[in-house]
Design a protein around this ligand. Structure first.
Ligand code: C5J
Length: 196
């Protein structure tokens, strides 16, 4: 149930305050997946300390709880590939230059492959059945997905973008969103990076 209100809220932000109308502003949570936040997944395979991302969980949980309690719109994304890897560009497959790569078996199933345990959202932020989950093969959430259509169909004009990682999928998605006319806010405590 979408809250019926014309209220405009303001958040102190840089480079200027973010003014938004809650009913046309969706919370878009990027790639809070076990493969990025838990040991044994894609993040660790690339040589990263996955504990660096975990400080973003609790702020996301609180924001998600607030958004849900007001009946506002929430969407989640997951980065990953088809089990047959036909949507995995060869350059991405070898990018980490590690022994194991996307599609190889790991402790949470095949790395970054849809349907595997590691590909799924962490339990703390698990999507409700009513919240769209966008499965994306790339870094940006608009590339090769139906996210734009879903946002348009739901009348969304602004986005609060959170998740991981700050400088990769969050950054890419915000730029893609800006190019499509969405006004975005990134709450810094709700994002995380392997490179603080
Ligand atoms: C990366 C992401 N870093 N979700 N993905 O490969 O930022």
């Amino acid at each position: 149930m979408i809250m019926q209100t014309t209220k405009i809220l303001t958040v102190d932000a840089e480079p200027y305050a973010f003014e938004f109308s809650p009913e046309t502003c969706a919370l878009l949570i990027i790639d809070m997946q076990r493969d990025f936040l838990e040991p044994g997944g894609f993040g660790e395979m690339l040589g990263n300390d996955v504990s660096q991302l975990r400080s973003a969980i609790e702020p996301n949980r609180r924001l998600l709880e607030t958004w849900r309690s007001k009946g506002l719109q929430v969407m989640h994304t997951r980065e990953g590939h088809r089990p047959d890897l036909t949507d995995l560009p060869p350059a991405k497959r070898i990018r980490g230059r590690g022994k194991t790569t996307i599609g190889d078996p790991g402790p949470m199933g095949r790395i970054l492959v849809r349907g595997e345990a590691g590909h799924d959202t962490i339990p703390e932020l698990y999507p409700l059945p009513t919240e769209p989950v966008i499965d994306k093969p790339g870094k940006g959430a608009f590339f090769a997905t139906d996210l734009h259509a879903i946002l348009q169909n739901r009348g969304i004009q602004q986005l609060i973008v959170t998740g991981v990682t700050t400088e990769v999928c969050v950054n890419t998605t915000v730029r893609e969103a800006n190019d499509r006319g969405y006004d975005c806010l990134v709450p810094s405590d709700c994002t995380g990076s392997y490179f603080p």
